[in-house]
Write a protein that binds this ligand. Structure first.
Ligand SMILES: *[C@@H]1O[C@H](CO)[C@@H](O)[C@H](O)[C@H]1NC(C)=O
Ligand SMILES: *[C@@H]1O[C@H](CO)[C@@H](O)[C@H](O)[C@H]1NC(C)=O
Ligand SMILES: *[C@@H]1O[C@H](CO)[C@@H](O)[C@H](O)[C@H]1NC(C)=O
Length: 850
């Protein structure tokens, strides 16, 4: 027996030797021929669900909802067969026959009729010698329309290499030639369509969409690929729901609720037209307009669906359709339904009654206000989905499929003028031939199958544009060609698009508005990546693109502006002459300089007077000179620091101050010595005469000069940009280079000042009518106080203030010295000249100098 036959063999000769299990099935449409082609179409689109208890034999499937679409597909197949039979070029002398079954869109029934096609289903009576030997009935099967039945059928007939050529099963899963080796199709795989839809959605900037799919292989696989591609393109799904036409009403209502509660305005529907019809009904009932629909080829170019949409739910829909096609003569052939009626079986009575909306046998009905069928109804007078030719591209697919088989047979039979019909035909050879076929139909369509048994993927993008009379016009607005480079696949022509609710504006469907410049995205917890908040960039950061994920840091010399969308150069800060603090300090320093000069002039003018002579005129002038330098050296601290000014300021300060203190120290020692010199028997003055005084001043100063030279050569101070202290400004300051150098200079000054203070302190009580030691003590006290308070203030003041503090300390200590040491003398010189006598100087105490 043939491997596909499920037979029970009997021994009695008169009984049928071979009998099928199950009931025999007769094709709904058939015609004899030399070679028979099978066809499986869903002439009904649904069936009654029954709970089987298996108490008795289950009844055959009860099909419902006559489906004129698949009648059209069957007609298209018949047209192609007749055209081939008429032709003298293709298969001359060979007649093609057909057997067409109705699968009702049911998978089990599809498998059953596929087996019937493969094996023949009539009861076979054979003589006892020739037992159950029967050849395969059909050479190829055309169909089915939907993906799920195709998968089942292809699984069953695949091992026997019986080709199955579908015109409308688009599931990408069917491209798997390991699972479905004998499956071929004339419609592109959803692998391309899902991607194209995702690109279309991205093109219009919809990143927040809902998804509805048919709950079968077509919808589930198509949607899975769509979601995968959409994620890559940055599109987020708010929800994804599955619907099937046999679902109970509660389930459909749940779906409606989900859609109503959603915030996305775009719905991507990967559904078949049968499921869309169910959905539209419910959507209309709930008055759910205003959604932008994006559709797969399953319903988007179905004029029946458009006609059902009386509430204009789907107006403005956009989606992919199979490119327009036209096959001459097909429309006329299809509408000529007379030959179909002649077959006279039950199905065609139903078909005829459905088509013309009449009844043949009125007596069976109690209420009969319907028309009575005459059998001579005129098809030109009716308009329904059977007379609608909008699915011509799919009819063309059926047509191409039949021609592919015919071309393959033509090659196998070696047809030239005649065909060698003796040659054996087996499905495997036919399958191999079909897969290699490459021809053009009479309309110029190229037909071939790639290694997956799929044709080239080309789609038209169509837009549902409502017209005045309420009928929707499917306007082609673009093309999608998967064979082109990625960026050129999707092309939208410059045509006006009409969107949901007749809007001319592209609808917006995003979860969050795009983040403006100067902000960055922060994802919302637990929500998809398309939902985010926009957070302003922090100070010192910027973002100059919209929808930025991060804020960039400005380079170190820059800082972000107020809007945070660019970086601006940081302002630099240093103590300048222009600003108030700088100019005040400059003024103070110049004032000090002038005052010192004035004092010097007074001393010079009165240089002959005892008070000047008594107070060691040489040291006094040197002290005044060094004080002038001290006041002036504070100016080096003001202005933008540079390499030279940084090196100059500390060393100049250190040296002039040491010069200054050494003069004071010299004065103090002189006072001490002078007192000792008056004691009997001592001649100390010769130990500390003018020469020694000069030498000591020079010596003390040289030590500081040496410290400064060491500092400058080993690690000199340098100008330096401080980015750390403040974020938004650069402080230009002098780095110390070596802190040890700085503190050594300062420490040496401190040491001398301390020594001076101690000596002056010792000398303060000595009898002297003009006790210089007292003033020196006082001035040193001020000096030390100023510099001791300087240290913590200097360390803790930021930026330019530390410089100001230093200048202040320099000025304060200089003024201290100037005022304490010189002002009392000037007072006597100018205002009390009567006290400026040698007698007065000598009178009270033995102050004596050269
Ligand atoms: C086939 O030939 C017959 C007879 O010539 C004609 O009536 C019929 O229309 C033709 N069919 C097709 C599909 O060309
Ligand atoms: C449906 O919606 C339209 C516009 O949104 C409104 O005019 C109409 O009254 C609604 N119909 C029902 C039944 O709610
Ligand atoms: C077909 O016929 C032509 C002549 O009519 C002949 O030259 C050719 O060889 C034939 N081809 C085959 C495959 O028989």
């Amino acid at each position: 027996c043939h491997p596909l036959l499920l037979v029970v063999c009997f021994s009695q000769a008169d009984e049928p030797v071979c009998r099928h299990r199950g009931d025999s099935e007769n094709p709904q449409l058939s015609k004899n021929g030399d070679i028979i082609l099978g066809g499986i179409f869903s002439l009904h689109s649904s069936w009654k669900t029954r709970q089987e208890r298996y108490m008795h034999k289950p009844l055959p499937l009860q099909c419902t909802s006559l489906n004129f679409r698949d009648f059209q597909f069957a007609q298209a197949m018949l047209f192609a067969i007749e055209e081939i039979n008429n032709s003298t070029d293709l298969l001359p002398g060979v007649s093609l026959g057909y057997k067409i079954y109705d699968s009702c869109g049911s998978i089990p029934r599809g498998v059953k009729v596929a087996l019937a096609l493969a094996n023949g289903n009539e009861e076979v009576f054979v003589s006892s010698e020739e037992q159950c030997i029967q050849r395969a009935q059909v050479q190829t099967i055309m169909g089915e329309t939907s993906s799920s039945p195709c998968m089942a059928i292809a699984t069953v007939i695949g091992p026997f290499h019986l080709p199955l050529i579908s015109h409308f099963a688009t599931c990408a899963c069917l491209s798997d030639k390991v699972k479905y080796p004998s499956f071929l199709r004339t419609i592109p795989s959803d692998y391309y369509q899902s991607r194209a839809l995702a690109q279309l959605v991205r093109y219009f900037g919809w990143t927040w969409v809902g998804a509805v799919r048919t709950n079968d292989d077509y919808g589930n696989n198509g949607m899975a690929t769509f979601i995968e591609t959409a994620e890559q393109l940055g599109i987020c799904l708010e929800y994804s729901v599955a619907v099937f036409r046999t679902d109970p009403p509660e389930k459909i209502r749940q779906i409606i609720d989900i859609i109503r509660d959603s915030t996305s305005k775009v719905i991507v529907a990967f559904v078949s037209h049968m499921d869309m019809d169910v959905l539209i009904h419910q959507l209309s009932y709930h008055n759910m307009t205003g959604y932008q629909w994006v559709g797969s080829e399953g319903w988007i170019f179905d004029s029946k669906t458009a006609a059902m949409d009386t509430h204009h739910i789907l107006d403005g829909a956009i989606g992919l359709s199979i490119p327009e096609a036209y096959v001459s003569g097909m429309k006329e052939f299809m509408l000529d339904v007379k030959p179909l009626n002649s077959s006279g079986n039950e199905l065609f009575t139903e078909f005829w009654e459905g088509l013309f909306n009449c009844k043949f046998n009125q007596s069976n009905l109690s209420v009969g206000n319907e028309k009575v069928c005459t059998g001579d109804e005129d098809i030109t007078e009716i308009h329904n989905s059977f007379t609608d030719m909008s699915l011509m591209p799919i009819f063309n697919n059926v047509y191409k499929g039949v021609y592919a088989v015919a071309h393959a047979l033509h090659n196998i039979l070696g047809c030239n003028e005649t065909c060698d019909s003796k040659r054996p035909l087996d499905p495997l050879r036919i399958l191999q031939q079909i897969r290699q076929i490459n021809f053009k139909t009479k309309e110029g369509d190229e037909v071939y199958f790639n290694e997956n048994g799929d044709p080239a993927a080309k789609y038209e993008i169509i837009n549902w544009q409502p017209t005045q009379n309420g009928i929707v016009d499917f306007v082609t607005v673009g093309l999608y060609d998967a064979s082109l480079l990625a960026d050129r696949q999707l092309i939208l022509e410059n045509k006006t698009l009409i969107w949901a609710q007749n809007s001319m504006q592209v609808p917006l469907s995003v979860c969050s508005e795009e983040c403006p410049l100067g902000t960055r995205k922060v994802l919302q917890k637990g929500k998809p990546v398309c939902c985010y908040d926009c957070i302003r960039c922090a100070e010192g950061e910027f973002s100059n693109i919209t929808d930025s994920i991060t804020c960039e840091r400005c380079p170190s010399e820059f800082w972000s502006n107020e809007k945070r969308d660019a970086c601006v150069k940081k302002e630099t800060e240093f103590l300048s002459y222009e600003e108030i603090m700088g100019s005040l300090l400059t003024g103070a320093s110049l004032f000090g300089t002038c005052m010192t000069c004035l004092v010097a002039c007074i001393f010079f003018r009165y240089r002959k007077t005892p008070i000047v002579r008594a107070n060691n005129a040489e040291l006094s002038f040197l002290l005044l000179f060094s004080l002038t330098l001290c006041f002036l050296c504070s100016l080096t601290f003001i202005g933008q620091p540079s390499q030279w000014s940084c090196m100059l300021r500390h060393t100049a300060f250190g040296i002039t101050f040491v010069l200054c203190i050494s003069c004071v120290l010299g004065k103090t020692i002189v006072v001490l010595m002078a007192f000792r010199a008056t004691l009997p028997g001592s001649n100390v003055m010769k130990w500390f005469g003018p020469v020694q005084q000069r030498l000591s001043v020079v010596g003390f100063t040289l030590i500081q000069v040496l410290i400064c030279i060491l500092w400058l050569t080993i690690s000199p101070p340098f100008a330096f940009k401080n980015f750390k202290q403040f974020n938004n400004k650069i402080i230009i300051e002098c780095a110390l280079g070596s802190a040890i150098g700085f503190w050594a200079v300062l420490g040496y000054i401190g040491l001398l000042a301390l020594l001076c203070f101690v000596l002056a302190f010792l000398a303060r009580k000595l009898p002297d009518n003009f006790n210089e030691a007292k003033f020196i003590t006082f001035s040193m006290l001020i000096f030390c106080a100023v510099w001791i308070t300087f240290i913590p203030a200097y360390v803790s003041s930021p930026g330019k203030f530390s410089v100001a503090v230093e200048i202040f300390a320099i000025l304060a200590s200089s003024f201290g010295l100037l005022i304490c040491i010189f002002v009392p003398k000037c007072y006597i010189i100018l205002l009390k000249p009567e006290r400026n006598t040698k007698k007065n100087m000598m009178g009270k105490g033995p102050t004596k100098t050269t």
